[in-house]
Design a protein around this ligand. Structure first.
Ligand SMILES: *Cc1c(COP(=O)(O)O)cnc(C)c1O
Length: 397
């Protein structure tokens, strides 16, 4: 039995936890190179622990917290091109994407709904398809991982309820031609729901643009865009779980949110899949955004970008064995094998040495992914390349 009869004192429990959690990897080691999450900001941690009881499942009881949620959504909207937005904080990008697909389905209830997705779309859209029974129509990408706009045009039809664009793809951090997609959608039918998944890019692209980088317009500045996903628990450096579903205010209709008539705090409407959900991380995120300001986020992104360029340069030293899949445009780097040794083998040997990268073995080409998050330092990168060099020697002599 795991649960014993008698209480165990707190010190002993904490010691037991330390021992058991010793198996977990630590972001601070710098060895987690393939995660889109990071060690959460310490001020945000403090704020979350100060307000642990807040429950946004019953916002009538916590109107102060509910207002902070609203403002957090509006701040994210401002970063993404419009402060005239509504929405909810979610448990992450997956929940936000599933909510977006539900909104699209309810705005256009058709018997045989279809959603047009780039091949590079996140798994959460396929979960949504499974839950809601819509048919995913996949747009294949070319050698540069770009969709063909002609394909979008020919796939749109009278069963299309939504189109998804991605601002910061999971594997390579690339941005779809969202402005051009928006024009094609509007020409076909401006009622089609266009959702942008910026789960990762939402806290990277706007700040890189501030730094002088240019991207296809990807946000609410494109008038066809109805809603966006942006995750505070990735590059927003907030605590898990925190995502954002952000919808243009003019898209909102009565009946789109769920009615919850019986709550102690009074009847409310919300978009979330969850009922009881943490307000602590929302409070923390509001405080974190105010504390950092745009400038603070820009500094985080700028540091990650410097390290991304450094990482990319160091790959050049091993060009006869490995190369980038595309030149990175944000802090995500895909690496492929240039020899007959499969990249999965390089990944296996890296894991054996305690380096954890993302492995996308079903992509063409198969690749390992590095996400240069704030916990990844120059020293960690140097240590990684030392180990990589010995692995490549072992493989190729
Ligand atoms: C991370 C990510 C998601 C999923 O977000 P979770 O917070 O893990 O649920 C969805 N889409 C993209 C593009 C992502 O990078």
């Amino acid at each position: 039995m795991i649960l014993q009869e008698e209480p165990i004192d707190q010190t002993a429990v904490i010691q037991a936890l330390r021992d058991l959690l010793d198996k977990d990897e630590q972001y601070q080691s710098g060895r987690i190179l393939g995660s889109m999450c990071t060690y959460p900001n310490e001020f945000a941690q403090r704020l979350a622990s100060m307000f642990p009881e807040k429950n946004l499942g019953d916002p009538g009881l916590f109107p102060g917290t509910a207002r902070l949620e609203d403002e957090a959504i509006k701040m994210m909207g401002e970063i993404l091109g419009s402060g005239s937005v509504v929405g909810n904080m979610t448990t992450g990008g997956s929940e936000a994407n599933i909510i977006a697909m539900r909104v699209a389905r309810n705005l256009r209830p058709l018997p045989d709904p279809e959603v047009i997705l780039p091949e590079t779309a996140h798994a959460s859209f396929f979960k949504a398809a499974d839950f809601m029974g819509f048919k995913p129509r996949i747009l294949e990408v070319d050698d540069n991982f770009m969709i063909d706009l002609g394909d979008l045009e020919s796939t749109l039809n009278h069963n299309t309820i939504a189109v998804v664009g991605i601002a910061g793809t999971t594997a390579l951090g690339l941005v779809d031609p969202i402005d051009q997609m928006g024009k094609i959608i509007n020409d076909f039918d401006p009622g089609i729901y266009f959702h942008i998944d910026a789960a990762f890019g939402g806290f990277v692209l706007p700040f890189m643009r501030d730094m002088g980088h240019s991207f296809h317009p990807y946000d609410f500045s494109v008038n066809a865009v109805k809603s966006m996903t942006s995750d505070p628990h990735k590059m927003g450096t907030n605590l898990i779980p925190s995502g954002g579903f952000i919808m243009r205010e003019s898209v909102y209709r009565d009946g789109l949110g769920f009615d919850i008539p019986y709550l102690a705090g009074g009847a409310i409407k919300h978009f979330n899949i969850m009922g009881t959900r943490p307000g602590s991380v929302v409070v923390a995120f509001w405080g974190l955004m105010k504390h950092l300001g745009r400038k603070g986020f820009r500094e985080i992104v700028s540091g990650c970008w410097e390290n991304t360029k450094y990482f990319r340069e160091r790959i050049r030293e091993h060009e006869s064995y490995l190369n980038v899949v595309v030149e990175p445009i944000i802090n995500v780097i895909g690496i492929k094998s240039e020899t007959r040794t499969p990249i999965t083998e390089v990944d296996r040997l890296l894991r054996k040495k305690g380096w954890y990268l993302g492995l996308f073995k079903n992509m063409e080409p198969p690749l390992i992914r590095v996400v240069v998050m704030p916990h990844i330092t120059r020293n960690a990168i140097d240590a990684f390349f030392d180990d990589l060099e010995s692995i490549l020697k072992e493989l190729h002599g």
